[in-house]
Design a protein around this ligand. Structure first.
Ligand SMILES: [Zn+2]
Length: 401
């Protein structure tokens, strides 16, 4: 796809708003400095954002002798955004204002038998009813939904969700039908929404080339290139969990052999701990992973060996990733990273140079992040914000006048 002046304007618009949300209130002059754009370009974008109700002027600051500078902030009283994180175990719904401050949060645990699109949408329906009851006066600008598995973004279709055996489910259409919703729905999977969350709200802000490695039951990576989410030709970029690290290795749940997920996904880690004599129960992943982290802290031999082994496999996979992408930043997130990240990081840093090229590691920053907030819901809401900005055609609005 050709990059047009419209794309550039959208990109600049996102960049201005990201900095505005991060460091509010601020001035056009400071925004220009932070985004490397000219004051004229920033002023132009800000005028549009004000006109569209996304940004407001909140006062003035002394500019040291010159004219006082207007201070800008995201419009906290403007429309609201809904981010929904659907997993195989829970449905979490969060509502944010345009500063991306949370206004409402609810989480429904899923029963093991709740696997149909109708059942999942039932939970989304109850969530949206709560939004309507508590925030009924506010305009919903968009709903971002993260689904497990493969997603067709343009069609709003769940192409394949292996754990539920969903094939080509027109999920967005079903939501619209059931909820009689008259707002746009933005569907994607958690790798993509987590990357968008990091770009808007996390360490990825201002980063040009970013990889967000998600460690959980499954593993994968969300990628951003030129400060923008990278989806690939069929929205399948980031299936890093199913890259092969042992050609005749363990069987993976995808059916292939030797995928990295078979070694560093939660079941793979717990299997290794068991093999070294640890007390792991693959049926109770969270409890077992917590026990493994505690055993590692206590210096137990089996846990130390497991962490060393898993960090070694992760280093191989990450070196492959870094050698191809040459990113500025890799952020490791996910519930396994929350529990085991502290243990894995030193070993990972030690092993990475054994596999990664010196040139690709030279500029690399590596972070293991504890997430006080659900980056997937937040990212889904940010995806809705991006959609809103793009849809209302901020971009080009002024040039047409
Ligand atoms: Zn696989």
């Amino acid at each position: 796809m050709k990059s047009t002046s419209r794309d550039i304007r959208i990109r600049n618009c996102f960049s201005v708003l990201r900095h505005l949300i991060a460091d509010t209130p601020t001035s056009r002059q400071l925004l220009a400095r932070e985004t490397d754009l000219s004051v004229a370009t920033v002023s132009n974008l800000v005028s549009d954002l004000i006109e569209l109700g996304v940004v407001v002027e909140v006062g003035h600051e002394d500019s040291g002798g010159g004219r006082p500078r207007a201070l800008l902030a995201p419009n906290a009283d403007g429309g609201i955004l809904v981010g929904i994180d659907v997993t195989t175990t829970y449905v979490q719904l969060e509502v944010y204002d345009l500063t991306l401050a949370p206004l409402l949060q609810r989480e429904d645990q899923l029963d093991i038998n709740e696997t149909t699109p109708e059942q999942i949408i039932g939970h989304i329906d109850s969530g949206m009813k709560a939004v309507h009851e508590q925030l009924g006066g506010r305009e919903v600008l968009g709903v971002g939904v993260s689904l497990p598995g493969q997603v067709d973004v343009a069609g709003g279709v769940s192409v394949f969700a292996p754990n539920w055996n969903w094939h080509d489910v027109p999920f967005s259409g079903l939501i619209e039908e059931r909820l009689s919703l008259d707002v746009p729905i933005y569907l994607d999977n958690s790798l993509k929404t987590a990357a968008v969350g990091e770009l808007w709200f996390g360490d990825g802000r201002g980063v040009e080339r970013l990889a967000v490695v998600v460690l959980g039951t499954g593993v994968g990576v969300g990628l951003a290139v030129d400060g923008k989410l990278y989806r690939g030709a069929t929205n399948s970029a980031g299936e890093w969990g199913h890259t092969t690290i042992h050609s005749d290795g363990r069987r993976c749940r995808c059916g292939r052999k030797g995928c990295i997920e078979a070694y560093i996904g939660a079941p793979g880690i717990l299997r290794r701990w068991s093999e070294f004599g640890g007390d792991a129960d693959v049926e109770a992943q969270t409890e077992s992973m917590t026990a493994l982290a505690a055993a590692w802290k206590a210096g137990e031999e089996a846990a130390l060996r497991t962490v060393e082994d898993v960090a070694g496999e992760l280093a191989v996979g990450m070196a492959n990733l870094v050698n191809i992408l040459n990113p500025d930043l890799v952020v490791v997130i996910g519930w396994v990273a929350d529990l085991l990240g502290e243990a894995l990081l030193p070993e990972l840093e030690r092993s990475l140079p054994e596999h990664g090229m010196e040139a690709t590691l030279k500029a690399l920053q590596l972070k293991v992040n504890h997430q006080p907030r659900n980056m997937v819901s937040l990212g889904a809401a940010a995806l809705a914000l991006e959609g809103h900005l793009t849809r209302i055609n901020t971009v080009g609005a002024r040039s047409r006048r």
